[in-house]
Design a binder for this molecule. Structure first.
Ligand code: NAD
Ligand code: UGA
Length: 447
């Protein structure tokens, strides 16, 4: 099939890398020249395991073309995917400016009876407004939300749980399902190209046709529910800190109840990234707009916002005034497995420490470069290794669960650090007693 994908970000590029290796030709359109240059060279602009070999193969075989040209690429496409950003506005609602503008531009070029697929996460009701703006009733408009996670984007794009297609053109929706079924069929080959680990008997995905509004709501509901679970775990972790319970013991047992499940109950420094924070605030806005009850999500958002402050205040309790104290922050990406630093809790925490006069050194195995161009306070010194970062600091905060940090020997940390030697494990990845035995003062979240 001839496919055009608009927006070469995390979603657009991951989608393109897969579809261009499953017997389609893909024109990946973006306005960001830096991103396009990287893709033309056969690589991604962000760190994501498995993506580069897929891009390289597709670019070299000519099935993936990165371009800023709409023209013929849109005119000739059977299917156009919109994967542009939907950031939050100051008031928390979604900025749909890119969604609308690329839809209007595409509508003026697309061939008759082709398919327009909205992959971007949008508030419920957006599809209807987009169609009104497109003024092309012959084009099938489908909401096909994306569920991949950064850090496992390629694995998630090959072994997906479900494909949701919202809209009323069943024939067009079947065409979209065919694209995904081809991925399942070629999963072994794709995994091999990506150099990832093959799943022996993956659970077959579900293919769901829904109304447009349901599809839009499924996406934000899933993200908001996961965010809710995290904030719930963090609320219980704060209580655990007060009463001497261990949040890991609590959640490991609670999660064994199949009705609840263990996933997304890891307490820590809270959720970040380009999606949960904005999708929760976007859903709150939709709820307010339609007079539904946003309280439960507002509470989740408040708990999440409180976590960085909670961590810094706990550190102050142990270390006293932070002014002039050397402190290490390990982890600047919003989660392990990615170089993405959007709304990263590690960055928020580092900035709060600087505001209190601490001398902050930080390191991330993959996100140092992106952090340099982020909201990170320029007074934070970015280091090139864990050892350099923790040398002679009084406290080390682990803010991303990179395996490199997990494997860091407590004894070595204790040797390198000075003073109270506090290990503040904001991801609960360390064994507290091993840390204490090594001479570190261990603090976790809810432990
Ligand atoms: P992103 O910001 O990384 O990428 C968006 C891209 O769109 C950018 O490269 C930008 O230059 C491009 N763009 C903007 N205007 C354009 C135009 N007029 N023409 C061509 N390109 C244009 O965003 P992302 O993280 O890939 O997210 C995209 C959407 O997918 C968002 O709605 C997000 O919520 C959703 N989503 C993201 C993820 C994720 O893991 N990042 C997962 C699921 C869903
Ligand atoms: C999330 C969803 O998991 C994806 O399904 C969705 O497609 C995506 O958002 C999106 O819409 O963009 P992502 O943000 O890449 O994916 O990463 P997650 O693994 O969900 O983690 C989000 C944040 O929550 C991270 O900061 C992570 O550290 C934090 N988290 C996660 C916790 O604090 N505790 C947990 O138990 C799990």
């Amino acid at each position: 099939m001839k496919i055009a994908i608009i927006g070469a970000g995390y979603v657009g590029l991951s989608t393109a890398a897969i579809l261009a290796n499953t017997n389609n030709t893909v024109a990946l359109i973006d306005i960001n020249q830096e991103r396009l240059t990287a893709i033309k060279q056969g690589r991604s602009f962000f760190y994501e395991e498995g993506i580069d070999p897929l891009i390289a193969k597709a670019v070299s075989s000519g099935t993936l073309v990165a371009t800023d040209e709409y023209g013929d690429n849109i005119k000739e496409a059977d299917v156009v995917f919109s994967c542009v950003g939907t950031p939050d506005k100051q008031d928390g609602s979604s900025n749909l400016e890119y969604v609308f503008s690329v839809a209007e531009k595409s509508a003026s070029l697309m061939k008759r009876n082709s398919i327009y697929i909205q992959k971007s996460t949008v508030p419920v009701g957006t599809g209807e407004s987009v169609q009104e703006r497109m003024k092309r009733p012959d084009i099938a408009y489908i909401s096909n939300p994306e569920f991949l996670r950064e850090g496992t984007a390629i694995e998630d794009s090959i072994y997906f749980d479900r494909v949701v297609c919202g809209g009323n053109n069943t024939q067009a929706i079947d065409t979209v399902f065919t694209l995904f079924k081809a991925i399942v069929k070629q999963s072994d080959e794709l995994i091999e190209i990506a150099g990832l680990t093959k799943k022996d008997s993956p659970i077959p995905p579900s293919y769901l046709q829904t109304s447009l509004e349901s599809a839009e709501l499924i996406k934000v509901t899933a993200n908001a529910f996961l965010a809710l679970k995290i904030s719930f775990a963090n609320s219980i972790a704060k209580l655990s800190d007060e009463v001497g319970a261990d949040i890991l013991e609590v959640m490991n047992a609670v999660g064994l109840d199949k009705r609840i499940g263990r996933s997304f109950l890891n307490a820590g420094r809270g959720y970040g990234g380009g999606c949960f924070p904005k999708d929760v605030s976007g859903l709150i806005s939709s709820m307010k707009q339609h007079n539904a009850d946003p309280q439960i999500l507002e509470a989740a958002q408040d708990v999440n916002k409180s976590m960085s402050q909670y961590i810094v205040e706990r550190l102050e309790k142990e270390l006293g005034n932070l002014n002039g104290k050397a402190i290490a922050v390990l982890g600047l990406s919003f989660k392990a497995g990615t170089s993405d630093v959007r709304k990263s809790p590690g960055i928020t925490i580092a900035n709060l420490l600087v505001e209190r006069g601490a001398k902050v050194r930080a390191y991330d195995p993959k996100a140092n470069d992106e952090a340099k161009h982020s909201e990170l306070n320029p007074n934070v010194s970015i280091e090139e290794s864990t050892e350099n970062t923790v040398k002679e600091v009084e406290a080390t905060l682990i803010t991303t669960e990179w395996s490199e940090f997990k494997e860091q020997k407590a004894t070595r940390l204790a040797q390198l650090m000075t003073g109270k030697r506090i290990l503040f494990d904001c991801m609960n990845i360390y064994n507290p007693s091993a840390a204490e035995t090594a001479g570190l003062q261990y603090i976790g979240i809810g432990r």
